[in-house]
Each structure stands twice: as structure tokens, then as C-alpha cells.
Design a protein. Structure first.
Length: 261
């Protein structure tokens, strides 16, 4: 139990991988174990596309925002909410699929996220490193075409897998008092906790260097010492960049017949 808790506490995103191949048997064992993740009503509304082909990984790296670790990693997973299979099941039994509702889309997204986290834990327990890739939603139409995803299936997140070739820092998380509430929600002392967290992040050097910073939406300039988690996070949350907000997703999901009503 202590080993498991230590493993969960030591997660870090890996963006440099050794060229060593990951055995097919290990990938199969991790994926099949992960499939025991909780799933709403046992619907199992997800599919996993395992990508090893170098040319496909090169294209995926481009589609995901030019992230070179996607091209470098031995194995890339596309984690996809899948309502196509439910539609086929309904057709098989002679029913009309009630797919134009937000709830079923949420079910599929949660199912996919739960199995993805299981994969991450299983991979790390076997000495692999992982990096979740939200950039797969930058150009979901191109990803869907490349991976031949049918209607009602869409790429939610990617995941790089491979043996780590570096040891990045373990990012400090917000204090338990900020995210864990007992009996009722409370943000008492939130400002004080955030100020303390800013100091922790600042001392870690996490956002040092221009490339690690988010541009301010109003072009304001602040000192290096003032840039920490709250500034970084506020800039990200206040961004009006269409690519950051991925404003294209609604039309993409509607075109894919994903319920949004």
C-alpha cells in the first residue's frame, strides 16, 4: 500500500524518452489491466488507438502543437470517447440511440478519463514514463482522419509512453486545504494559501525562462519575481486565444454526432 501511495505521489510528465522499444506484451498487460476502471452502467464508452508508426507519430506531433516528444516516444495512445459502438449496439437490438444529449457525452468523457488514469498508473508502476497530451484537441478533425475515427468517436487526450530519459521535477500541488473540503465547500484563507503556494512554485523554478510563461492577455509586464502560479494560471484562464479555448470543438463534436443538447 505504501509503495502504491508513493508511486501516485511521484508522478511527473516525461518529455524525453529512450529509444528502447516497449514490449508489446507490457503494453497489452497495462491496457488490459486498465480496462477494469470504473465505467458508468458498464457501458465502456471509450476506445484506445495504439500508435507506433513513426510517420503517424510525426503527423500527430504536428497536429498536437509541434510537441516533439510525441514523435520521439515509442508508443502513443489516442484516448477516445466512443459512442459509435453504443449506436451499433442499439442498431443490433432494434433501438434508436438517444445520442443527442449532453449526459451521454459526459459519460463517455468520464469513462475515457478514468481508463486513461489507470493506464498512467499501470505504466509508471512498470517503469515507463507518460505524458498526457491535451493538444490532440487542437486539430481533432485531422487526428480523426488520420486514425480513421468513425462518427461519434473523438480524440479526447493523447498519452506518450516510453522509458524515461530524464528526471524532471515533481511539480508541487496546491495544499490539501485548498482542494479538499469536509462536509461543505469553503475557501476560507484561500488567499493566504495561494500566496504560500506561489512562494513554493517560485522556489521550484517551474516557470523560469520566457518559453515557460503564458503571454498576458493585456500585454502587461511584471517582474520575474512576481511570476508564479497565480499569475501563470490567471493568464491561462483569461486567454481569449481561439486555439487555447479550442472554439472549434463545438462544431467538430456536432459534426461527429456527439450529443450536446
Amino acid at each position: 500500500m505504501h509503495d502504491l501511495l508513493r508511486l501516485l505521489s511521484s508522478h511527473r510528465s516525461i518529455r524525453k524518452y529512450k529509444s528502447d522499444p516497449v514490449p508489446d506484451e507490457l503494453i497489452s498487460d497495462v491496457l488490459n489491466s486498465a480496462r477494469q476502471a470504473p465505467t458508468s452502467s458498464n457501458l465502456q464508452t471509450y476506445s484506445i488507438i495504439v500508435v507506433r508508426d513513426p510517420e503517424k507519430k510525426t503527423l500527430l506531433a504536428q497536429y498536437c502543437g509541434n510537441q516533439p516528444w510525441i514523435e520521439q516516444c515509442p508508443v502513443f495512445l489516442a484516448m477516445c470517447p466512443d459512442l459509435h459502438r453504443l449506436n451499433r449496439v442499439c442498431e443490433l437490438r432494434g433501438y434508436k440511440f438517444s445520442d443527442r444529449y449532453l449526459e451521454i457525452a459526459i459519460v463517455a468523457i468520464v469513462d475515457t478519463a478514468l481508463v486513461a488514469q489507470n493506464i498512467a498508473v499501470g505504466a509508471e508502476a512498470n517503469g515507463l514514463g507518460i505524458c498526457m497530451i491535451g493538444g490532440i484537441r487542437n486539430h481533432p478533425d485531422k487526428v480523426a482522419e488520420l486514425l480513421k475515427l468513425p462518427d461519434r468517436v473523438f480524440p479526447l487526450m493523447g498519452m506518450c509512453l516510453g522509458y524515461p530519459d530524464h528526471e524532471p521535477i515533481i511539480k508541487p500541488r496546491l495544499q490539501p486545504e485548498v482542494v479538499i473540503h469536509h462536509e461543505e465547500y469553503s475557501d476560507d484563507d484561500l488567499v493566504e494559501h495561494l500566496e504560500e503556494y506561489d512562494r513554493v512554485i517560485q522556489s521550484s523554478g517551474l516557470y523560469e525562462g520566457v518559453r515557460r510563461k503564458v503571454p498576458a492577455p493585456d500585454d502587461r509586464e511584471i517582474s520575474e519575481e512576481d511570476y508564479s502560479w497565480t499569475e501563470h494560471t490567471a493568464r491561462r484562464a483569461a486567454s481569449t486565444n481561439p486555439l487555447v479555448l479550442r472554439t472549434h470543438l463545438r462544431k467538430f463534436l456536432e459534426d461527429r454526432k456527439i450529443g450536446l443538447a
